[in-house]
Design a protein around this ligand. Structure first.
Ligand SMILES: Nc1ncnc2c1ncn2[C@@H]1O[C@H](COP(=O)(O)OP(=O)(O)O)[C@@H](O)[C@H]1O
Ligand SMILES: [Mg+2]
Length: 387
């Protein structure tokens, strides 16, 4: 029985672990706090800061996994190269995980090396550099720490007066010891979408139907599949996803994020070398295999005969409304009264305002009205944690 070490044990790791357990694999779930979602369904758990390289090496020595599956970005990723050299499979590859955890590495690869269309961007370490970059880009622009996720430290800057605060926030909120920011042209997009892409050891690169999504403050609120785009736009997005995942190397499922401009232009944004939060919509029977099942198959080198759309579906997140060292009092009755509706409660032991605690999934026949489904999912998501 192969042993998987999961680095990060949130809701995405929990679903991946369930898929792995169904296939008879052994899973050690790691995170910095106890009773994290994936730990509740794994064989063993390990609690330590994965940003601590020595603690990470110790855990790997202790458990001797065959496969290391990172679920989050906050990992001392340089160590993954050591593990790979020791013969452990790192998913999708140590190179991919290292590149994607730093906005500079992945943006330069996509834009400079591969020539993909991205927002205009500069980097800055000092306020002077930052100001010069903002002048070159114009307003509004977007500022982010080089190392961050889920919108942390990110802001929109509308004018000169807002520059200083945005710069300091991005400098302070960055993860780890990197004190540098990226400043980007604001893309006034029509919408954004994720292309779940699967790279395989022995097989072609596969794509799920695009997923539309809405973000607030850099964090995902709802997603739906399929997201309709023209054949030409889909071809471009697939080409970009195939190029960037090939350059990063390795096997697994990736969440490749794009902006669709009002003129119908597809712009590459960023990618996760792992299941994507917007891809939780696939838990609602949209595709024949969920993104977690696809990830597992690709990781294990198992066949994926085809990916096809079986239903139209939507996801809407359930957010915590208070700060508390306990779980909310979940109310599932309203949502469960509805046909073709699923609720996933992640089981996070504590709350803070806006923390993602669960998700509601609604689906219907192919060709259903996706806007009605989105409204339904959002309405039901509101009932799960009452005021
Ligand atoms: N250049 C941009 N123009 C417009 N919106 C942006 C831009 N960059 C980021 N955003 C918005 O912020 C969200 C989060 O940014 P992203 O670069 O994906 O960071 P994260 O790693 O935190 O997900 C995006 O999904 C999008 O909604
Ligand atoms: Mg993102």
């Amino acid at each position: 029985m192969k042993k998987i070490m999961l680095l990060g044990s949130g809701e995405l790791g929990k679903e991946f672990t369930i898929a792995a357990k169904r296939a008879g694999l052994y899973v050690v779930a790691c995170d910095k706090y106890d009773n994290a979602p994936a730990m509740q369904v794994a064989d063993e758990r390990e609690i330590f800061s994965m940003l601590d390289g020595d603690a990470l090496t110790m855990a790997v020595r202790k458990h001797r996994p065959d496969i290391i599956v990172p679920e989050i970005e906050a990992i001392r990723t340089e160590r993954l190269f050591d593990f790979e050299r020791q013969g452990i499979q790192v998913v999708p590859s140590a190179r991919a995980v290292n590149y994607t955890m730093n906005r500079r590495a992945i943006r330069d690869l996509a834009s400079r090396e591969l020539g993909l269309r991205t927002a205009k961007y500069f980097y800055a370490k000092t306020f002077d550099e930052f100001k010069t970059a903002a002048d070159a880009i114009g307003f509004p622009c977007v500022v982010k720490p080089l190392m961050s996720s889920s919108g942390h430290g990110q802001s929109y800057v509308r004018n000169d007066d807002e520059l200083e605060a945005a710069f300091h926030e991005a400098m302070e909120e960055g993860r780890g010891d990197v004190r540098e920011v990226i400043i980007e042209e604001f893309i006034d997009f029509d919408s954004e979408f994720t292309l779940l892409t699967v790279t395989q050891k022995d097989g072609p690169t596969l794509f799920c139907p695009p997923i539309g999504h809405i973000q607030k403050g850099g964090d995902y609120r709802e997603s739906w599949q399929p997201y309709h785009i023209s054949d030409e736009a889909l071809k471009q997005a697939r080409h970009m996803a195939a190029e960037v995942t090939k350059a990063l190397t390795g096997y697994g499922l990736w969440g490749v994020e794009f902006f669709m401009t009002k003129q119908g232009e597809v712009i590459f944004s960023e990618l996760s070398p792992r299941p994507h939060d917007t891809g939780m919509v696939t838990l609602g029977h949209t595709t024949n295999l969920s993104e977690f099942e696809l990830h597992l198959r690709a990781v294990m080198g198992w066949p994926i005969p085809a990916i096809h759309l079986e239903h139209y579906g939507c996801s809407a997140v359930v957010l915590a409304k208070e700060e508390a060292d306990r779980e909310p009092d979940y109310q599932l009755m309203e949502a469960l009264k509805e046909d073709r509706t699923r609720v996933r409660v992640f089981g996070k032991p504590t709350q803070h305002v806006g923390r993602r605690m669960g998700v509601v999934l609604c689906y219907d026949e192919l060709g259903a009205d996706i806007n009605l489904l989105r409204d339904k999912a959002k309405r039901l998501a509101e009932t799960i944690i009452p005021d």
